[in-house]
Design a protein around this ligand. Structure first.
Ligand code: CP
Ligand code: NVA
Length: 311
């Protein structure tokens, strides 16, 4: 019997052992090429001869460049298109798009406005599909974040992560991996921008240690890692209401001081200094944002390697 296709759609759908294997592979690959030119392929070049298609319905800097660089370092190549330039942008069904691309490439990454479209693409695809952010989740980002935490602070299992701000797609993927990798997750969000209740219910059923509060101070108290994200995500239309509701959730030095003395700060970027985080925190000594951004590359190489069955 043929193996199931290894889609990377959401962290809750994956085995904890696979997430762990991806993180360990990323650490090993990163160490093995320290100091090399960024365009030189890894010694094992596990994507040699393979092509990744990337479809973007939304803007991107990190995801676009890191997947492209990742495929080069794995010895493969990419084809990138904005959805608006494809027939998809004129209403061609995503299922037909999946069937066509499956005949031409070895994997597809999509950044989509609508999470259901990511699922529909995968359902009709005979090659792996990777979720490069949807309105509901951002699994590749959280793999890079967990890699960054482990590089600086050791195993995430047993650590306390505090997510403060909008209960958005980034927050969702932190919820999705909590039980799989054994970290505690404290979320502080306002009632109107609360995390997804289905995600929270699943986490509870999985016996994940996820708690929610409306009080940022309660969430951050004793945390090992403090995380936030933009208050206005791509596709959000209620800009002013969001800024009003989220103002008490800004990460500043006073809030950081409630976390452990060795706590670190993460933000997936792009950031809005003076909104969700102050300059002093994001540009301060506890901030790991540049390592976090670089780790998109390393984590995604291992996600791709997993999709291709190389780990
Ligand atoms: N963090 C992140 O996904 O960045 P981009 O939107 O630039 O891809
Ligand atoms: N929550 C943000 C993340 C951007 C990388 C958004 O969806 O716009």
């Amino acid at each position: 019997m043929s193996q199931p296709i290894r889609h990377f759609l959401d962290l809750w759908k994956l085995e904890g052992s696979d997430l762990r294997a991806i993180l360990e592979d990323a650490k090993a690959r990163k160490a093995a090429r320290a100091g090399w030119p960024k365009g030189k392929p890894d010694a094992d070049a596990v994507a040699d001869g393979r092509t990744l298609a990337m479809i973007f319905e939304k803007n991107s800097t990190r995801t676009r460049f890191s997947f492209d660089a990742a495929m080069r370092q794995l010895g493969g190549s990419v084809i990138i298109s904005n959805a608006v330039d494809m027939q998809l942008g004129r209403g061609e069904p995503i299922e037909d798009t999946a069937r066509v691309l499956s005949r031409m490439v070895d994997a597809v990454m999509i950044r989509s406005n609508n999470h259901q479209d990511v699922e529909r693409l995968a359902m009709s695809s005979s090659v792996p599909v990777i979720n490069g952010l949807s309105d509901k989740s951002h699994p590749c980002q959280i793999m890079a974040d967990l890699l960054t935490i482990e590089e600086h602070r050791g195993p995430v299992a047993g650590k306390t992560l505090a997510y403060v701000g909008d209960g958005n797609n980034v927050c969702a993927s932190f919820i999705h991996a909590a039980a799989k990798l054994g970290y505690r997750l404290n979320i502080a969000a306002p009632a109107v921008y609360h995390p997804d209740l289905v995600d929270l219910a699943r986490a509870q059923a999985e016996q994940a240690q996820v708690r929610t509060t409306h009080d940022p101070r309660e969430a951050v108290e004793g945390a090992d890692v403090v995380i936030t994200d933009t208050w206005v995500s791509m596709g959000d239309t209620d800009h002013d209401e969001r800024l009003d509701a989220l103002e008490p959730f800004q990460i500043d030095e006073e809030l950081m001081d409630l976390a452990r003395p060795d706590a670190v700060f993460l933000h997936c970027l792009p950031a809005h200094r003076g909104e969700e985080v102050t300059d002093e925190v994001i540009d301060g000594p506890k901030s790991l944002i540049w390592d976090e951004a670089e780790n998109r590359l390393h984590a995604q190489k291992s996600i791709l390697a997993w999709c291709f069955g190389a780990i």
